[in-house]
Design a binder for this molecule. Structure first.
Ligand code: G3P
Ligand code: CA
Length: 323
């Protein structure tokens, strides 16, 4: 039996009928396997959280490139929208934490009252992409990254395509909706332009894994745009998990993304019993206590608690096997 046929059968044998046609062999990469759809491969898989963000500035091209070198199965991009309607990669809706916006555009803030105090906020949606490109999004992590800029999502796709999967997160889609942007439509339009809107033989080396905290956003991707890529419904920390919630997730989606603090062996078992994968966030070197290091922490979640994979800032530390 040739390898392509073997992998197709292995996927189907694992109860993966919905996506089995897309589980095909691809070019050998440093991802440790020739399978090109990590979600359906039956093995544990890793998403580089904001790229390899323990070592390079989060949500920038250097972080994405390093994540690929470190063998990430998927590279995450948090998505925001500029004033002129361009999807860009940034975790926060505001710019101050990771850029020098306050020096470059000192007057372009929005003043808000938070807990009785006036605060200044530099929102991404108030800036054009050309203006964002004037900002330094690298120096916050170290002077060696000076001049690194916020990438557009198109630039991220160009950087990652063919080398790893992408894991875009629609951030605050309801907020952008009120500003007149249809984030899901923008995501799907760009994916279509890149030939990545649906799994097909021509894009098997660039699988997608679609995520959001917003059920509405994921449902729109599923029901309006009929996205067949795997979906991940994220949940905030301290979620009180119930069987009803798991069934609600299973009705529409393929996996749940709890905060790691909320993961138990029982939650994983119940999710697996109804066919949901469990994919917690976020594993970060320096935040691994009581474990001795982040690799040991990830190993515990993967091989003791049974999760299917995880978001980590340290994809190089992802333990591909137990022990
Ligand atoms: O998207 C998974 C994880 O990244 C969620 O947390 O806040 O880093 O986007 P956050
Ligand atoms: Ca995220």
């Amino acid at each position: 039996m040739n390898r392509r046929r073997f992998i197709q059968l292995a996927g189907a044998g694992a109860g993966l009928t919905a996506f089995a046609p897309f589980i095909v062999a691809g070019p050998k990469t440093d991802r440790g396997s020739s399978m090109t759809d990590p979600f359906h491969s039956g093995r544990k898989f890793v998403v580089a959280h904001r790229g390899a963000s323990a070592y390079a500035p989060e949500n920038t091209l250097p972080a994405y490139e390093l994540a690929i070198k470190q063998g990430a199965d998927y590279v995450e991009q948090d998505l925001q929208i500029t004033r002129d309607g361009v999807l860009v990669c940034a975790h926060d809706a505001v710019l101050s934490r990771v850029t020098n916006v306050e020096q470059v555009f000192p007057d372009r803030f929005t003043e808000e009252v938070v807990k009785g105090r006036k605060v200044k906020k530099w929102y991404i949606h108030k800036f054009t992409v050309k203006e964002l490109k004037q900002l330094d999004a690298g120096s916050h992590l170290g002077s060696q990254f000076k001049g690194v800029t916020i990438p557009t999502w198109q630039e991220a796709i160009d950087t990652i395509r063919g080398k790893a999967g992408l894991c875009p997160e629609t951030k605050s889609p309801e907020v952008y909706g009120k500003l007149g942007f249809d984030m899901e439509e923008m995501v799907m339009t760009l994916l279509k332009k890149n030939g990545l809107d649906q799994p097909q033989p021509s894009n098997q080396s660039t699988p997608m894994y679609m995520q959001s905290f917003s059920k509405t956003s994921l449902l729109k991707l599923r029901n309006k745009y009929h996205v067949k890529w795997p979906t991940l419904w994220l949940f905030a920390v301290n979620t009180k998990w119930t069987p009803a919630m798991l069934h609600e997730a299973k009705e529409s989606f393929d996996s749940i993304g709890p905060n790691k603090k909320d993961v138990t062996a029982s939650l994983v078992k119940q999710a697996h019993e109804i066919g949901l994968k469990v994919f917690p966030y976020t594993f970060i070197s320096g935040e691994e206590k009581p474990f001795k290091d982040v690799r040991t922490e990830m190993s515990h979640y993967l091989y003791d608690l049974g999760v299917d994979g995880m978001f980590t800032n340290n994809p190089d530390q992802f333990p591909r096997s137990a022990g």
